[in-house]
Design a protein around this ligand. Structure first.
Ligand SMILES: [Zn+2]
Length: 395
């Protein structure tokens, strides 16, 4: 390089004007590092943070903020200078309210850069579990057909009540409008209303879908179709089981909806939706069609806030009907070692596997539930409903 180096400000002006010769005259790597964008890598935008992610300090939670920034100059995180180590920066902030915006600003001779993320503090966090059961319809048909004296003369509800008595477990049953063989919710009598109300502190009903078939009924249809089905089921639950028994859904059948459905779901009281957030055949599945980056994040975290809709996504931790008895503890136990997955256990199964007439009937299905719930109870997890407080946390 024969010519005297230009000032950095001049360099930026020149490159902005498109003088390619100047760029080539400088080591490429320097320009990449010096003018690269600042980016907060941790925490993730939408992260739900609890006591396991930081240090409780004076009514707040101190957490680490880290990321990448241009090599030179300084980085300010929420008003305080960050530590620098090459292109990496680290800082600490204290969360004091439920929602916090984190702004990282880089300033050097090339100019100013900024990246913002928002995070949620799960301030009433405690180790907890939520049990939800999908695809429910047969037990309602059974009760209506047999005209039992009590809801709990149906073996399915009787066994769920048994688990509740033993462990205090709370259940949300996501139901269909019809079994598609002539039974529909309007046929279910309202004479059990008092019994539903008496048990509504642990047993809730929620919308799941219009029917078991077709598969993925809400994946490729307008949100209005989902909302119409939602309203039909919700109206029936309130008619025959009361407001106290009604819960917003925990899972929409197959865990897939159009993105524009999230806001109307929020408006109907949905605050949390569970999914698998798993990759199958090269695509992310049972993920409410959210983007790949967030799906991957959720595949290894308890929860993530979608600020656009206000809905928190929760990763299902175990599907009892697809986990044999001997696989239950080995599935749950490793999660307790991972701070990103230890606090909230999203426990899940499907109704049909309880019924002897079902082709894939599991005679040990209740045993599986017992093993999972006993283990959770012994390990200090408290039963909650995700729609009470934030993700079932206190307060
Ligand atoms: Zn389903």
């Amino acid at each position: 390089m024969k010519e005297l180096p230009k000032t950095r400000r001049d360099f930026m002006k020149t490159t902005a004007a498109g003088a390619a010769g100047i760029i080539l005259a400088r080591p490429k790597i320097l320009s990449a590092q010096a003018s690269g964008a600042i980016r907060i890598e941790e925490p993730f935008h939408g992260a739900v943070l609890n006591r396991r992610h930081g240090k409780p300090v004076g009514g707040g939670l101190k957490i680490k903020v880290s990321g990448q920034s241009p090599l030179n100059g300084r980085v300010i995180v929420n008003g305080s200078p960050a530590r620098r180590d090459g292109t990496k920066f680290t800082s600490e902030i204290i969360l004091r309210q439920k929602q916090t915006e984190i702004a990282a600003v880089s300033e050097n001779n090339f100019g100013r850069g900024e990246h913002r993320v928002q995070v949620i503090w799960d301030m009433h966090s405690q180790a907890r579990y939520r049990f939800s059961i999908d695809d429910n319809s047969f037990f309602l048909r059974d009760i209506a057909k047999n005209n039992y004296a009590s809801l709990f003369d149906c073996f399915y509800l009787k066994n769920l009540r048994g688990l509740h008595s033993k462990y205090g477990t709370r259940f949300v049953l996501n139901i269909y409008y019809t079994t598609e063989d002539g039974f529909e919710l309007p046929q279910f009598p309202d004479r059990y209303k008092g019994e539903w109300q008496d048990n509504s502190d642990w047993l809730k009903l929620a919308f799941h879908a219009y029917a078991n078939k077709p598969d993925c009924p809400y994946q490729n249809v307008p949100a209005s179709k989902l909302m119409a089905d939602f309203d039909r089921v919700a109206e029936q639950i309130i008619r025959f089981a009361s407001e106290q028994t009604y819960s917003p859904p925990t899972v929409i059948h197959w865990g897939m909806v159009q993105p524009e459905a999230l806001k109307p779901l929020y408006e109907r009281g949905v605050r949390v939706l569970s999914g698998y957030f798993r990759r199958q055949g090269g695509v992310w599945d049972v993920n409410y069609l959210i983007d790949d980056v967030r799906s991957e994040y959720l595949s290894r975290h308890d929860a993530l806030m979608d600020f656009e809709s206000g809905i928190v996504f929760s990763r299902v931790d175990i599907v009892c009907n697809s986990t044999p008895v001997e696989g239950i503890i080995p599935t749950l136990e490793p999660l307790t070692k991972d701070p990103n997955q230890a606090e909230i256990m999203d426990i899940f199964t499907h109704e049909q596997y309880f019924w002897p007439f079902y082709s894939n009937y599991l005679p040990d299905h209740f045993k599986r539930l017992d093993v999972a719930i006993r283990w959770l109870t012994e390990n200090g997890y408290k039963p909650v409903f995700f729609h009470e407080g934030f993700l079932g946390g206190r307060g």
